[in-house]
Design a protein around this ligand. Sequence first.
Ligand code: ARG
Ligand code: GLU
Length: 711
Amino acid sequence: MRLLRLLVLLLVLPAYAQQGGMWIPSLLKGMNEKEMKSLGMKMSASDIYDVNHSSLKDAVPQFNGGCTSEVISSRGLLLTNHHCGFGEIQSHSTVEHDYLANGFWAMSLAEELPNPDLEVTFIVRIEDVTTQVLEGVASLTNEKDKQKKIQENISRLTNTLPKESWQGNSIRTFYEGNQYMRFVTETFEDVRLVGAPPSSIGKFGSDTDNWVWPRHTGDFSLFRIYAGKDNKPAKYSKDNVPYVPKHYFPVSIGGVKEDDFTMVFGYPGRTTEYLPAVAVEQIVNSLNPAKIEVRDAALKVADGFMRKDQAIKIQYAAKYAQIANYWKKWIGETQGLKKSNAVAIKKANEKDFLARVAKAGKQAEYGNLLADFEKNYNEIAPYALARDYFTEVVLRNTELLTTAYRLYQLEQIYNARGEQSFNDRRDNTILGLEEIYKNFNKNVDEKVFEQLIALYAAKSPKQFQPEILKGADLKAMTSEIYGSSKLTSYEGVKELLKGDAKTVIARLNEDKGYKLVKALTDAYNTNVAPKYDEINLRITGLQRTYMKGILELSPKDARIFPDANSTLRVTYGKVDGYQPKDATYYGPVTYLDGVMEKYIPGDYEFDVPQKLIDLYNKKDYGRYGENGKMPVCFIGTNHTTGGNSGSPAIDAKGNLIGLNFDRVWEGTMSDIYYDPSICRNIMVDMRYVLFIIEKYAGAKHLVDEMKVVTK
Ligand code: ARG
Ligand code: GLU
């Protein structure tokens, strides 16, 4: 059986071998152009990235630091995901005008809504600055000194490399410290909300369908970039005018079919594709299961309350979605790493690597690497686990603890920097906490605490835990804290923080919730953090050397791409279905019929708006339908990750055919191990986007503003 599977794998592999990877747009010419053309691309590398002429990159800004977006008209119309614009849509919503529930459509420029905290950033050009960044580093022997020197060089270069006054400079590392690139950027701060479908379209399927194919979500929203009269970035002003982009995407309603070339252009956040097997083993067997168990408990508690109480459901909706998103991803990732035998494959690759090291006579440089990894990962194991427990329990999922932690930072600031800093930080903290407490429910949090503190005491490495947890009656501790702590209400916190620093700190130290967090944090800072940082620094150094070795010694045609680092990347592949399990094949395109199959009237995840049902019943799809059916989403072999949300999916000629928003369940491990046979990205078909704008929302003026092409 095993052998057969391996054989099948080997036979299947060559067809897929040419896929995966997130490539640097300025280096496509040498590295990828030929392959992209062989997959069907009709453009040249310089159509995608060019410094002297406009190119596709001029239409792909990063959206608010975490997502991607694309310009789709000559007047700065901007497309991204519904889940990327969620915060803005929510912030304009009130009970009377609930844009999350009902959608929002500006019928003229005057109706577009400003967003004070939103910005988008374009890449003007990319330059290799490796030599400058590594100046004076080679002669240093100690990893800490090297890092320090590199940081100094980076800050100096960031401040001094030439650029226009309205532009920004940022320098990022590629290939784990083996290459450095400088990005000249332009950031626009006046970005207004133009349109959003109701959540029953934009978030259709919600958490149940999240990370899952077949998918039927119209995950898009529209914004517009505004500029000063000179077309340059400008602070918000009602006198600003729509930005005239250097390039914008024509929108194709020509449709997609299996095997079509696709390319996704965007800002993938973080991947770790070159970890040694021992690190992946640790993620699969220890770290992911721990994080999943903590979130599992927190989510179950919240879900129980949300199902019974409408007010709590609204309060916890966004938090729940956020916690659930990575909880679910880690589950899929762990399963996928196991099923694809990632650890065994990595081990085999490491053997090959060592053989090449020996053959090249480079034992002195690379011979001990893998043994050193083994040693350091074994050493870091309990610290890494303790760190994840601290992060998940104290910093993320128990709100009373998270709040207490922020107050403890106040005390630390006072000790380090005195009264003035304390006062400034206190004002900020009070302001920030108002939002938090709006969506805080003491009963929910108490139950979450009870569960999570029990997990912490039982499963976080005991040798690092504070005295206060040892042999403690955790049930009694829970009711004591939630019965007496001032941290269970916003009023209580404000009261705690009244007065001069000394008084506040004395009062804080009487509070039972505060005392617990102080004990947990002190234990963590003393017993875990220093050692973790020390070992991790060594691992960083090893990873850099390992990457260097891989670059140096791999076969000429090996596809070695740099890990994602939130910079602009190109990934490409084909529209393609996949086989998630035995005897099951998933086709690459979904249709509105599938929305209706999932329809559950009144359900918070699977309700469908009446107007959409009417359009479906009449098959009123206009020019967007295909053989009487309305396409909704499609998948491809593009290698994407978090941050690629909102990225344009581009056809062979450079037209926009889709909008990236997720990955398929069986392939969520692609951040660590990309298996081309089952890793797929999920995109909304642009025909569905235009159909919703024109037919559902009646905002045809927005479609008229675009350049719609049919091929
Ligand atoms: N999984 C997608 C991405 O990571 C979509 C997330 C949208 N949130 C949700 N809970 N459905 O971010
Ligand atoms: N939904 C993800 C995001 O917000 C993109 C999907 C992925 O992680 O592949 O960026």
